[in-house]
Design a protein around this ligand. Structure first.
Ligand SMILES: [Zn+2]
Length: 147
């Protein structure tokens, strides 16, 4: 996989590139200075889609798109989204400035995003962060951004 993320070293300004959040460098490859855990991660490439992992079943589903997609039991993923608490048209995912955003589109049971243990109601657009948990009705999906 190509490196598509980078952290700029606060000491020497060197770009430290890496391929996924799980192999984020902890020290600068140039000067050896520690890279702060909260240093901004900069995307070098635009994302091409998202991967959903259904937590209850471990099934995965990939959506590749560049603008907007409606998810639900009669929309994109209709064979994947089988939980009865998921509406036919449940939520919308859109891309803006190389990031994905999710918003509920009037579903019966709601759309929520769990980020760092905090549950956010997606009545308004919420940033669909990598490794967050998307909750549609009563079904939870781990999100991974694909590059
Ligand atoms: Zn450095």
């Amino acid at each position: 996989m190509n490196n598509h993320l980078k952290i700029v070293c606060p000491q020497c300004q060197q770009d430290n590139t890496f391929s996924s959040p799980s192999n984020k460098p902890v020290a600068c490859s140039n000067c050896g200075a520690p890279l702060p855990a909260d240093a901004p991660v900069i995307a070098l490439k635009a994302p091409i889609g998202i991967r959903l992992l259904e937590i209850s079943s471990q099934r995965t589903f990939e959506i590749k798109f560049f603008h907007t997609a409606f998810l639900g039991r009669q929309e994109i993923g209709q064979n994947f989204f089988q939980d009865n608490t998921i509406s036919r048209r449940h939520c919308m995912v859109k891309i803006s400035k190389d990031q994905y955003w999710v918003v509920d589109v009037g579903s019966t049971h709601g759309t929520f995003l769990i980020v760092n243990g905090e549950t956010i109601n997606c009545k308004e657009s919420v940033l669909l962060a990598d490794n967050s948990i998307l909750v549609l009705g009563e079904a939870g999906y781990k999100i991974n951004i694909m590059y």
